[in-house]
Design a protein around this ligand. Structure first.
Ligand code: NAG
Ligand code: NAG
Length: 179
């Protein structure tokens, strides 16, 4: 009888240790969507947020506008919804570079910092190949700060709207993070 009680206590102690280890090692996940407004051509009330700072030397095949080596510095607003009037949740700050001689593909390097909403104060850093004509581009997450410190994961980038006469784009990003 006494032995049984002892065994039960041991078992309970073991279970609670195992649970504690599980909880300790558990990571939380965050999935959220936002939109990035890349304004190359300013218009009344909306300044350019993507500015070409280096002009590449080599033309891209079939592309009269962009050149291999074009470098844009960006400070693009991030919003909740696709409209420019939608509440701003942060900014994507960094650059993109036309990094392929043969395809319209960028190297996108940006820190996405959230300044309001659920993730206010946190940021996600991404470093990605952005083949701009593809339906979906993967954004590898290389880290984060604040609530996203040590984050890993990915974003899925889609072109929501593109205006060929201004080169302005609205991009949808679905972020999948484990923290
Ligand atoms: C975001 O966080 C900052 C710093 O904590 C705070 O000052 C600011 O009011 C917050 N903004 C919103 C919109 O919640
Ligand atoms: C593209 O931008 C031009 C210049 O601002 C504008 O006149 C035109 O309506 C836009 N096209 C679309 C499809 O939004």
């Amino acid at each position: 009888m006494a032995n049984d009680k002892h065994a039960t206590q041991l078992l309970l102690a073991f279970i609670s240790l195992a649970l504690a280890a599980l909880v300790d090692g558990a990571s939380t996940t965050a999935q959220f969507r936002f939109y990035m407004h890349d304004t190359v051509t300013a218009s009344a009330g909306s300044p350019a947020t993507a500015v070409r700072v280096v002009r590449g030397a080599a033309p891209l095949p079939g592309d009269p506008v962009n050149r291999f080596g074009d470098l844009y510095v960006i400070d693009d607003p991030l919003t909740e919804g696709p409209s420019a009037a939608s509440p701003v949740v942060g900014r994507a700050q960094g650059f993109y570079l036309f990094a392929s001689r043969s395809d319209p593909a960028l190297l996108l390097c940006a820190d996405m910092v959230f300044t309001s909403g659920k993730h206010n104060g946190s940021a996600v850093a991404v470093l990605a190949r952005d083949a701009i004509l593809d339906d979906v581009r993967e954004l590898p997450v290389i880290g984060g700060t604040g609530g996203f410190r040590g984050a890993a994961g990915y974003g899925l980038l889609r072109t929501h709207a593109f205006n060929a006469s201004t080169n302005n784009a609205v991009l949808r990003i679905d972020m999948h993070l484990s923290v």
